[in-house]
Write a protein that binds this ligand. Structure first.
Ligand SMILES: Nc1ncnc2c1ncn2[C@@H]1O[C@H](COP(=O)(O)OP(=O)(O)O)[C@@H](O)[C@H]1O
Ligand SMILES: [Mg+2]
Length: 642
């Protein structure tokens, strides 16, 4: 492997990201062209007939523009959401429409935050907000890919070469470690030791329910006591909040970057905006802003009164005002830089999405440690964003679960959904990888197949869950069915045929759905609580069909897609696989990773409904049926239909 190879790799990634961006822009464009403004508004993508109400400033210095309907009527309930990116256009101006982020919403007003000042002229007309693609994310990725590709020496160059096996990761001796989290199991402690001794790159491979995030929190704690400056990150805001929540619970000092709008309510105290507002400089900044506004007003009054009337400006007076405004603005900028620096300097652990790792806030500062949770859910270009500033990094994930979602088929086929974590798993030496093997979720029968198929039979169910059943739960009847943890219901030969949903290319299977609901009702009759049950399917059409079968009062039962259920768990999970056809056509059921996710969500009872005759077309499912027989968990739908 050599330089041209590396160069090609990053050029290709850049191309794939471009496909992805084009796809996103195209989706927005199509909606824009195909739908009338009225339809777009009804679809929640546009707000029309708006007028300007107020301008203010966020603690971080963003311009906040508040808008309402011209006729003061309430905004539609289903519309742009907090955190969405939107452009503001005005019928009174040909200026380029600025991009902002929806900051707040109530019944009649919507507030959007902008990085730049929006002029009064622009705000004078009838305004419209349009939801749009997030360019910033793409720009940041292109920047990171270029930086990695061009790195000639230094840390980034070294990390890059490591990922191609051109250099070997270095390890040191961590000495005796005192663990803060005394409940860690042996494989978890081993992972912490490995990560602490790694001088550049380490991977924590954690199958479902094995405590990846818990291990990362301990790794961060260890590094924190060494005085490290740490960036803790994850591909989604939800995953960042999860990490933040656990770090806060461990009483660590954390600062959460990102739009407050996208951070969960109870965690907003840790947000940058909030911490900036608490700082003594914030008050000074606000006063300075008032002063600027005041001088503006005086200047404008002078200007509007013309040169010849009373109160008119003396020659050179307007220029004096302008100079004063410039001066105050420079002061404002300096103060705001000082404010940021002081908050960031004091912070030792920063949490934010990968893109926020590129923020100007950090100046040229590098992170002693970057920790990436759910690393297998991130496309490689995004992961390089924080790595560009890292001295060392620890990535945790599981490449046998679903990869990151990629919208563009071209980008997907080109390999964009392959995470850096997945690329590194086979190439890094064993000393830089650690497998977590004890899981705290599934009954051993539920775990068994996944463990054999994906993890070399290395998974162990912790004694606290290995034999737990529904029968042990309060209010649940003790019988064969509530004691049994794993059941495959085979619909082969029952003529439960799949169908295509009109208008989409998704599939559903009516008979399977009805059988699933029957199973569900039986469990309810045994006393299992509704909130402990989930119905999931790989096919969105089946999800919709299942929802239509459940009466309104059953809304506590979660119905969802397998993809959407990644990272989650329930006491009972019923999976319907849908595919049943003579050709043995499996569609995206052939992706074993999707099945791994589907089969590892249940804690005490897993019911899988599918057609073995169709599914047997690939060895994976044949193994699954053999497994079900072996643990006496295979039954025909014939026996279950009456
Ligand atoms: N050493 C442990 N002892 C007891 N429970 C644990 C341990 N490690 C993890 N768990 C439990 O397992 C569940 C999953 O942990 P988490 O760190 O969220 O895993 P992951 O990030 O791999 O999904 C949590 O409920 C957690 O409390
Ligand atoms: Mg986790």
């Amino acid at each position: 492997m050599n330089e041209p190879y590396i160069w090609k790799h990053f050029e290709r990634l850049k191309k794939l990201v471009e496909y992805e961006e084009e796809e996103e822009i195209e989706t927005f464009r199509e909606e824009f062209l195909e739908l009338s403004p009225e339809e777009r508004e009804a679809a929640g993508k546009t707000l029309r007939n708006l007028k300007w109400v107020d301008t203010s400033f966020s603690p971080a210095g963003h311009t906040l523009i508040t808008l309402s309907r011209k006729n003061q009527t309430p905004l539609p309930f289903y519309t742009l959401d907090v955190g969405d990116i939107a452009t503001l256009s005005s019928d009174s101006s040909h200026l380029k429409s600025p991009h902002g982020t929806v900051y707040e919403r109530d019944r009649t007003t919507i507030t959007v935050s902008f990085n730049k000042i929006v002029t009064e002229e622009f705000l004078g007309g009838t305004l419209m907000l349009n939801k749009t693609a997030n360019r910033n994310t793409y720009e940041t990725m292109y920047g990171a890919l270029d930086a990695v590709n061009k790195a000639k020496h230094g840390r980034l160059h070294y990390l890059r070469d490591l990922t191609f096996g051109l250099k070997k990761p270095q390890t040191g001796d961590p000495g005796e470690i005192r663990f803060f989290d005394e409940g860690l199991n042996e494989p978890q402690k081993k992972a912490v030791r490995m990560a602490v001794s790694a001088k550049d790159l380490a991977l924590v491979h954690g199958p479902p329910g094995t405590g990846k995030t818990r291990v990362l929190v301990e790794i961060i704690r260890q590094a924190h006591t060494q005085g490290d400056f740490i960036f803790a990150t994850a591909p989604s805001n939800i995953a960042c909040d999860n990490l933040l929540e656990r770090l806060v619970a461990a009483k660590l000092p954390v600062l959460r970057l990102g739009h407050p709008a996208r951070i969960m309510d109870h965690l907003r105290d840790h947000s940058l905006d909030h911490q900036l507002a608490l700082h003594p400089y914030a008050k000074m900044l606000e006063e300075l802003q008032h002063e600027i506004d005041y001088v503006y007003k005086r200047r404008n009054r002078k200007r509007e009164s013309g040169y010849y009337r009373r109160g008119a400006a003396r020659p050179g007076e307007l220029e004096d005002f302008n100079r004063e405004i410039e001066q105050l603005k420079i002061e404002r900028r300096n103060l705001s830089v000082q404010l940021f620096n002081s908050v960031i300097q004091e912070a030792r652990i920063i949490v934010g999405t990968q893109v926020s790792g590129a923020s100007d806030l950090f100046g040229g500062k590098t992170f002693d440690l970057v920790v990436l949770d759910e690393a297998s859910q991130s496309i490689e270009p995004l992961t390089w964003v924080p790595l560009c500033r890292a001295k060392r990094a620890v990535l945790a994930g599981d490449h046998y679960q679903l990869p990151p979602t990629v919208r563009s088929t071209k980008a997907d086929e080109g390999g964009l959904s392959r995470s850096l974590f997945e690329r590194l798993m086979p190439s890094l030496p064993d000393e830089s990888k650690s497998l977590l093997t004890i899981q705290y979720r599934m009954h051993k029968h539920i775990m068994g197949f996944s463990s054999a198929e994906f993890y070399d039979n290395e998974l162990v169910a912790d004694p606290s869950v290995a034999e737990h059943t529904l029968a042990e739960m309060e209010g649940v009847v003790d019988n064969d069915k509530t004691r049994e943890a794993f059941l495959f219901i085979d619909t082969a030969g029952c003529s439960f045929e799949e169908a295509e949903e009109p208008g989409t290319q998704s599939r559903f299977n009516q008979k399977e759905a009805e059988l699933a609901v029957k199973q569900l009702e039986e469990l309810l009759s045994f006393g299992v609580k509704r909130e402990n049950i989930a119905l999931i399917s790989p096919y969105s059409a089946q999800v919709r069909f299942l929802e239509s079968l459940l009466p309104e009062k059953e809304k506590d039962i979660e119905v969802g897609s397998v993809d959407g259920f990644q990272g989650r768990e329930k006491e009972v999970v019923i999976v319907t696989l849908v595919r049943s056809n003579l050709e043995g056509e499996l569609g995206f059921l052939v992706d074993k990773r999707r099945m791994n996710v589907a089969l590892t969500r249940a804690r005490r009872k897993l019911i899988v409904i599918g057609d073995s005759a169709t599914l047997s077309s690939i060895p994976f499912y044949r193994d699954f049926f053999v497994y079900a027989e072996k643990i006496a968990g295979h039954r025909s739908a014939w026996e279950s239909t009456d």
